[in-house]
Design a protein around this ligand. Sequence first.
Ligand SMILES: [Zn+2]
Length: 171
Amino acid sequence: MNSSPKNNFSSPSTEDLKFLTDASLARLAKWLRILGFDTTVYPQEAGRPMLRIADQEKRIVLTRRQDMTERQFAGTLFLITDVVVGKQLKSVIEKFSLKIDRERMFRICLECNEALKPVMREEVRDLVPPYVFENCEQYNRCSRCGKIYWMGTHPRNALRFMERHIPNHLP
Ligand SMILES: [Zn+2]
């Protein structure tokens, strides 16, 4: 069967972009996870070992350290100049033309960057507050840390934050 090469060599989707932030950008990392982007945080000061990890894992480096831009690095490095996390998020979205898809939001554990898995309501009966159990049908669990997520105040607040800071990028 002949397949058209143009379909095989299209540029990779922005959905597949992965990020590595330095420790000072941990809050930005959480926002990228909320949006569904695989984002790890380098726990120490940014430097050569951080770039090595980014290279190995094919991650885009996000850093606040100006001098990192002078280092030799074959991958992509983006200097974050804003201090406000909402502006940081906006700058990353615009720099990499990230497409925000509501289907992909709230699918990654905010603590450990692990993909969440749906879990039966009965299984979380003793793990969530009773009023949550009464009012919520769908739950996800992190298979690494065990944290349970549900659609509640956190996603509502998160959506409000996004409407404030990145209104033009919401689907
Ligand atoms: Zn977790």
